[in-house]
Design a protein. Structure first.
Length: 627
């Protein structure tokens, strides 16, 4: 007899043999796998079942998506975030409904073909009754997180998969969907189970915050610094203190409390005392004997963000608002529609893209379609505010707060956005110290002016934009991770103009809008279509506006009417920025230094040529802005 220990794979193959033989709990199997096999075998499934079975047709899938529209809208940001975290790992993130039917999928391109072979795609039902033991099926059957690896899967065709899934529950605690990460992995991915659990909690908390627009929300934690994290409990109560709903953390504190239970069953003291408190956060004792810090969110602080329904902003209206940004490019249209659906739920957006790709236009359109369209859109260029005055500019100040301060004080840009949308442009250039202040404002929904005074409650939708890679900046310690995740409810990428499918349509539409009598010669069109467009939409508009102004009346726009920059070449001559191994920051610095040298040391002219502010150029080159 060979007494050598089994390898991990051999051990799992042995586990599969025991499961096939009817063993309920073979050593080495994940929790719940043996019980699941028993249920599946009693149902009469065969391990050789075809993966193409149990698929919805296109009409049925569309109906399922419509029935789960609210779940999808709240879950999309987490699918995007999870996909970013597992990118390159040969995996996919899946959203399923309460029956185990996959509604949405975000995955690595390299994994797409193999996952399609086992129907790991929208429309496939992954409940135990359809596909045997798998993470979605076990999580749904047992109402808990589940991990199923390799040969633990009942169907032979699925044994290459490693899957982790967890239920998503509505504010009443019922399962309304499942979040899953599945991939082709040689070992069980324990971190994937943690990721889907965190993602599901984020979805649940967002749905709870939207469920009761007139409720008072009590966010609590034993450690004040952990308020605003996934570890906080959330209780929604009505004006009389009666319980409406609890999030998962709060349910673990207050077991078996039904809706309608009075405030005294949750906390010692009274709701009136909490509401009269001068501070945003207060200490209180739970009926379970734990002293916690409570942050009170009143209806006017959250109601407007969530009172909108998805149907309120129709497709035709959104098409009108987004018309400046595309002329039929399906990828851009889909990106903007997804952003609109998420923003309508009060979820923050982060827009990334090169300079001139239309980030500010997108913010204007989203505000016009958003839940606070009747309020102001306040735009803050984080790179253009002088660093010494940034705090006062953003958060306001009391009279006499500093030398030169107005005698009457000032509200600040954040307070000006109250009831509307705050658009933080070039957020990647915000100094770290200011990031800390902004994070507190977003968490507490209150502003403390420079110089003191009482905190002022504030309520706004939030859009941020950058031409930087914020995720890379977080990894390098140049941007706060906690602020990044607060800003990045959904991250959207606006493509460069040179990579878009609708360049010709954008050219024709702009000319028609600017001068219906103008036309474009064939040679001029060829030159425009062949240009690299480093300035993207902004450059395109400036070029066409100039060409229309220069054309002779009655004649089409011709080569002679185009700027010299287009005539010189159709693609930019690349700067010598080193080999492919150079990091992006070094390449960026060399480009900036080259621009400064090309403009004889004139930083203002160099900044204009790069499409950034002068203060950003000074900051990136490590110089003080000395004029």
């Amino acid at each position: 007899m060979d007494d050598r220990p089994l390898s991990g794979r051999e051990e799992l193959v042995d586990v599969r043999r025991q499961l096939l033989a009817g063993d309920v709990s073979p050593p080495g199997a994940a929790d719940g796998v043996g019980a699941s096999w028993q249920r599946v075998q009693r149902a009469g499934l065969s391990p050789g079942l075809c993966a193409a079975d149990a698929m919805l047709d296109a009409v049925s899938l569309q109906l399922a998506r419509e029935e789960n529209e609210r779940l999808i809208a709240f879950a999309l940001p987490e699918l995007e975030n999870l996909h970013q975290q597992i990118a390159g790992s040969g995996s996919a993130v899946l959203l399923a409904d309460a029956h185990g039917v996959i509604l949405e999928r975000q995955g690595d391109p390299g994994f797409r073909e193999r996952s399609r072979q086992v129907a790991l795609s929208p429309g496939a039902c992954w409940g135990e009754g359809a596909r045997g033991t798998n993470a979605i099926g076990v999580a749904l059957a047992e109402g808990r997180c589940a991990s199923v690896h390799g040969p633990e899967h009942f169907l032979e065709c699925n044994t290459f998969l490693t899957c982790a899934a967890t239920p998503i529950r509505d504010p009443g605690g019922g399962i309304i969907g499942l979040l899953d990460v599945s991939g082709d992995q040689p070992a069980r991915q324990l971190h994937a189970l943690g990721l889907v659990r965190m993602g599901a909690r984020m979805i649940e908390n967002r749905m709870l915050a939207a469920e009761f627009p007139e409720a008072i929300y009590l966010h609590f934690h034993a450690r004040p610094e952990l308020l605003g994290t996934l570890g906080e409990g959330i209780a929604a109560v009505d004006g009389d203190g009666r319980l409406l709903a609890l999030n998962a953390v709060a349910r673990s504190h207050f077991a078996n409390l039904a809706p309608g239970t009075g405030f005294e069953a949750l906390f010692e003291g009274s709701l009136e005392h909490l509401l009269r408190g001068d501070s945003i956060s207060q200490m209180i004792r739970t009926t379970t004997g734990i002293t916690v810090c409570v942050r009170v969110i009143k209806p006017q602080q959250h109601g407007a963000a969530h009172s909108v329904h998805l149907a309120d902003a129709g497709h035709a209206r959104s098409q009108d608002q987004f018309s400046e940004l595309h002329a039929g490019d399906p990828a851009v249209a889909e990106t903007l529609q997804r952003a609109q659906r998420v923003f309508a739920r009060g979820i923050p957006l982060l827009i990334e893209g090169e300079t001139g790709t239309g980030k500010e236009w997108a913010a204007r359109a989203l505000h016009a379609l958003g839940p606070r369209s009747d309020g102001p859109l306040v735009t803050v260029n984080c790179a253009a505010i002088p660093e010494g005055l940034a705090e006062a500019e953003l958060f306001g100040y009391v009279p006499g707060a500093f030398t030169g301060a107005s005698a009457s004080g000032a509200d600040g840009r954040v307070m000006e956005a109250n009831g509307g949308t705050l658009f933080l442009d070039e957020i990647g250039d915000m100094p770290l110290a200011l990031q800390t202040r902004l994070l507190r404002v977003i968490q507490e929904r209150s502003v403390l002016p420079v110089g003191g005074g009482a905190p002022r409650e504030v309520d706004f939708s939030l859009i941020s934009a950058t031409n930087c890679d914020l995720a890379a900046m977080v990894a390098e310690g140049r941007f706060r991770a906690d602020l990044y995740y607060r800003l990045c409810g959904l991250r959207i990428q606006l493509p460069s103009l040179r990579s878009r499918a609708d360049l010709a349509g954008l050219i024709d539409r702009f000319i028609a809008d600017e001068d219906p009598q103008a036309a474009l010669s064939a040679v001029a069109r060829e030159k425009l279509l062949g240009h690299h467009w480093p300035g993207n939409l902004r450059e395109l508009h400036n070029v066409l506006r100039t060409a229309i102004a220069l054309r002779e009346p009655g004649r089409p726009i011709d080569i002679a009417d185009l700027p010299e920059t287009l005539m010189a070449n159709t693609a930019p001559v690349p700067l010598d920025v080193g080999g492919a191994s150079d990091d992006l920051r070094a390449a960026e610095r060399r480009c900036m230094e080259a621009a400064v040298a090309a403009h004889d040391g004139n930083y203002s002219a160099a900044a204009r040529s790069l499409g950034i502010s002068r203060s950003t150029l000074y900051r990136r080159l490590g110089r003080g802005d000395n004029g």
